[in-house]
Write a protein that binds this ligand. Structure first.
Ligand code: NAP
Length: 280
């Protein structure tokens, strides 16, 4: 299966779907990620906080797929935003994976109350210059956080990974990213197993296109120019989640799915990036 890709603002390509990996760890994770790579996934999203960087690296080695064909992401935890901490944290993440570079590395949360994310961003810029990271990006950044790092360093992130799903369509942030030339990645793209997959609208579209409900949601992300990161413990789900590139939702259907958004639609209440703090 050939997966299309998006071109980032630094010229590198990002496959149009990425394997989410939170809560998948240990030997089962190695097995599952290796199967994912052998089934066609070319992009994997990990994080220091997921405790599975080792499993990702091991799965890559066991897959036999050349390293250069894979896009590997990890993230900087909040406790390491100081320049020297960020610099060593990137190195430690690489050692855990057993890799010598990341394709994409993200600041996991801005933690604006700590006010250290510009320092962290500068460390990422310098790590990129030293060849440890190919593309540098952020996660959960609001427009003011994006503008501040761009103004203070002159370097625009390639990616902003944010929560997006039909109950939290994030039109404001997707537009803000696009206006700055930043690609949006969607975390919890399926609403983390919420009732969104039971929505009658999505079920009727699944019947119309002979797809399952999750494929309809993943396709909605794709047609918005967003890279979704679906996560599963189920190998069959992992396989079918890749099969979204052979049909097209209409503009009207896209708008109907977007209209499912809720005022309090986040999967976890209180994860407003302006105030939320996560240090691990
Ligand atoms: N940057 C950040 O701050 C941040 C925060 C959270 C998450 N993330 C990233 O985003 C990824 C995904 O988010 P998430 O883990 O919160 O949730 P998610 O991908 O929206 O949802 C995961 C749920 O969807 C179910 N699912 C997946 N494929 C399915 C299918 N084909 N049919 C039926 N159910 C299916 C899974 O159940 P089964 O196991 O039964 O398939 C699981 O319960 C994470 O793994 C992580 O990489 C990033």
């Amino acid at each position: 299966m050939t997966i299309p890709s998006f071109t980032l603002n630094d010229g590198w390509e990002l496959p149009a779907i990425t394997l989410g990996t939170a809560r998948v760890r240990g030997g089962a994770a190695v097995n599952q990620f290796q199967i994912a790579i052998n089934d066609g996934y070319r992009s994997i999203d990990s994080s220091t906080s997921y405790d599975n960087e080792g499993a990702v690296g091991e799965a890559i080695r066991r897959s036999g797929v050349p390293r250069a064909e894979l896009v590997v992401t990890s993230k900087l935890p909040g406790k390491y935003h100081r320049y020297a901490d960020a610099t060593t944290a990137i190195q430690e993440s690489l050692y855990r994976m057993g890799l010598d570079y990341f394709d994409l590395f993200l600041i996991h949360w801005p933690l604006p109350k700590q006010d250290l994310y510009v320092e962290a961003w500068q460390a990422m810029i310098d790590a990129q210059k030293r060849g440890l990271i190919r593309s540098i990006g952020v996660s959960n950044f609001e427009p003011e956080h994006l503008d501040r790092i761009i103004q203070e360093t002159g370097v625009t992130p390639s990616v902003n990974q944010i929560e997006v799903h039909p109950y939290w369509n994030q039109e404001r942030m997707v537009t803000a990213n696009r206006e700055r030339g930043i690609l949006t990645e969607a975390w919890s793209p399926l609403g983390r197993g919420s009732s969104v997959i039971k929505e009658p609208l999505i079920q009727s579209l699944a019947a119309k296109y002979h797809k399952n409900v999750v494929q309809i949601i993943l396709r909605w992300h794709h047609q918005r120019g967003i890279v979704p990161l679906p996560r599963t413990h189920n190998i069959a789900h992992q396989r079918t989640n890749l099969d979204i590139f052979d049909f097209q939702l209409t503009d009207d259907e896209m708008a109907q799915i977007a209209a499912l958004t809720k005022v309090e639609g986040r999967v976890v209440a209180g994860q407003d990036p302006n105030v939320y703090e996560e240090f691990e």
